[in-house]
Design a protein around this ligand. Structure first.
Ligand code: NAD
Length: 260
């Protein structure tokens, strides 16, 4: 792959918490492909770590601003700041999810109403909110990318409420792809990643056993790496994917095709 597929493009990356974050892997690949990036951090707790990580890896002058996707005020304030750096955005990465811990294990039947609202809001509605906020600045062939998981379409024990949230995220992806494609030529896709050791993944009960399942059953005998997610992220943001929209692209060692 050419190393400068995204030369001249501007990307907004939402969802870096630390060096293990999928957003960090995709941002690295976008950066290496020539894109200029603007990042968020989620609140004071993560601020210092994220700023240090981003400035060390992408340059001292790379903009990083607070953004809590559950607040319209915060979303609007974030994009106001983005607008101070650029009048166009070519790609947006949504790599954000959250559900209360008690809803990520045990009986799905016991999922509470409040947990459901929080998870669907932060993990799925936020894609609609970010897409609406970025749309006026987005270039006509821009690309919006979100991160999903197989638990959206098949039962993965313990993934529970996050599976339902990912189903909603993927449906939002299709409806946004239709709206934004017709009006602006903007593309919206999901990467469905295999399991990766990250902060968010540690919230899912029994997460570590998933790697063994992928080793035993995936056609490639493994899940995926951050570099592989990054390469797919570059492709989806590039002109090579100009006619791909509304899709869920599996980067999971092929696990999704298996019936047994
Ligand atoms: P991560 O913990 O590194 O990233 C999750 C991010 O969500 C963090 O940066 C966190 O700050 C952010 N976030 C949560 N609530 C937020 C809020 N209210 N406002 C703003 N940001 C908020 O973990 P990750 O595994 O890199 O997760 C990134 C995405 O990838 C998620 O959508 C996750 O579901 C998805 N995913 C992960 C895996 C995996 O195995 N790790 C597999 C498939 C899909």
């Amino acid at each position: 792959m050419s190393s400068k597929l995204l030369e001249g493009k501007v990307g907004v990356v939402v969802g870096v918490a630390n060096k293990r974050s999928i957003a960090f892997a995709i941002a690295k690949a976008w950066h290496e492909a020539g894109a200029k990036l603007i990042f968020n951090y989620q609140g004071e707790r993560l601020k210092d770590g994220v700023l240090k990580l981003i400035h060390e890896n992408f340059g001292e002058d790379v903009p990083v601003y607070d953004l809590d996707v559950s607040s319209d005020e915060s979303v609007n304030a974030f994009f106001e700041r983005v607008r101070q750096h650029t009048d166009k955005v070519d790609c947006l990465l949504h790599s954000v999810a959250f559900a209360p811990k008690e809803a990520l294990g045990g009986s799905f039947l016991e999922t509470g109403r409040e947990a459901f609202k929080i998870s669907l809001d932060i993990s799925a509605y936020s894609l609609v909110a970010l897409s609406r906020a970025v749309e006026p600045m987005m270039s006509d062939n821009g690309s919006i990318l979100a991160m999903s998981y197989l638990g959206s379409e098949k039962v993965v024990p313990n993934y529970n409420l996050m599976g339902v949230s990912k189903a909603a995220l993927e449906a939002c992806t299709r409806y946004l792809a239709y709206d934004l494609g017709r009006s602006r030529g903007i593309r919206v896709n999901c990467i469905s990643a295999g399991p990766m050791q990250t902060l968010a993944a540690r919230g899912v009960s029994g997460f570590n056993t998933m790697f063994k399942v992928y080793e035993e059953h995936a056609p490639l005998g493994r899940s995926c790496t951050g570099e592989e997610l990054g390469a797919t992220g570059v492709f989806l943001a590039s002109d090579g994917a100009a006619a791909i929209t509304g899709q869920v692209i599996y980067v999971d060692g092929g696990y999704q095709i298996m019936g047994m």
